[in-house]
Design a protein around this ligand. Structure first.
Ligand SMILES: [Zn+2]
Length: 266
């Protein structure tokens, strides 16, 4: 970190105070890392996260150059609240398949919609025998939108077949009504629609959600809680309140407290 235009003013343990000759300002270092004053943390996080590389890489980049109390928590809050990163989050894992015991024919049937030859159809399947009944639909209007449309239905069917063959299935946390969520588009895979949980169906596997205009029934796998956007200044203020940077720096480097003033250059 030390360059030809820098001079060591003070060194104690892992801490070093460097004076920048050209600008009459100082750098406080912890090892080779710059100790960032509270007022500059917001801008540092913003710059580090410009490539939107996710939490791990943003933390790694920060640890290489900077230090301030509560740095990891501040970066985590900023990255998990980043709207751009949430849009491109990976798909969630499939949930385990339900095992249902059926006692006899037509005791339980499954229903779904599909398009074929330009027409909409309703299909019923007896869970006991596998007997199938298909009936053409002349209207698919309903209060609850099952997302009719051949392509989307085929995508949902393909996802279900994938889930059956994947062994990494595990339950997803239950979401409470009123929770703001992001909905994944099953075709583009982007989490690009904001909605709110209205109610829970089917033992927390399906949810009725609303985007403010329409109501949908959607599978839990394609819904995840939305982290609200947070202004970085608010995050830093909270972190500084929990662990004041000035107090910790003074405790770790007591001789600094004897100085009248120390300026920092970032
Ligand atoms: Zn981001």
């Amino acid at each position: 970190m030390k360059g030809p235009d820098m001079e060591i003013m003070l060194k104690e343990g892992p801490f070093t105070l460097l004076r920048l000759d050209q600008e009459d300002e100082s750098l406080l270092l912890l090892g080779d890392r710059i100790i960032v004053p509270a007022g500059a943390c917001q801008e540092i996080i913003r710059i580090l996260h410009l490539p939107h590389q996710g939490l791990t890489k943003t933390k790694q980049a920060a640890r290489q150059l900077y230090f301030w109390p509560g740095m990891n928590a501040a970066i985590k809050n900023a990255v998990t609240s980043c709207q751009a990163c949430q849009k491109f989050m990976p798909s969630q894992q499939p949930e385990p398949l339900h095992q249902i015991q059926v006692g006899g024919p037509m005791e339980m049937v499954s229903a779904d919609l599909f398009d074929w030859a330009g027409q909409s159809w309703l299909v019923l399947v007896d869970s006991y025998s596998g007997y199938l009944i298909a009936s053409r639909l002349f209207s698919i209007n309903t209060d609850i939108d099952f997302c009719p449309g051949g392509r989307m239905e085929r995508e949902k069917f393909r996802y279900r077949k994938q889930e059956q063959s994947e062994s990494r299935a595990r339950p997803l946390p239950i979401l409470e009504p009123g929770t703001n969520v992001l909905v994944q588009n099953p075709i583009t895979k982007l989490w690009d629609t904001s909605s709110k949980i209205i109610s829970i169906l089917d033992s927390s596997r399906s949810y009725v959600i609303s985007d403010g205009e329409k109501t949908f029934r959607w599978n839990r796998k394609f819904i995840r809680p939305q982290n609200p956007p947070i202004r970085l200044g608010e995050i830093i203020a909270v972190e500084v309140l929990q662990c004041p940077a000035s107090e910790k720096s003074t405790r770790l480097f007591p001789r600094l407290s004897k100085k009248k003033s120390v300026s920092f250059h970032i």
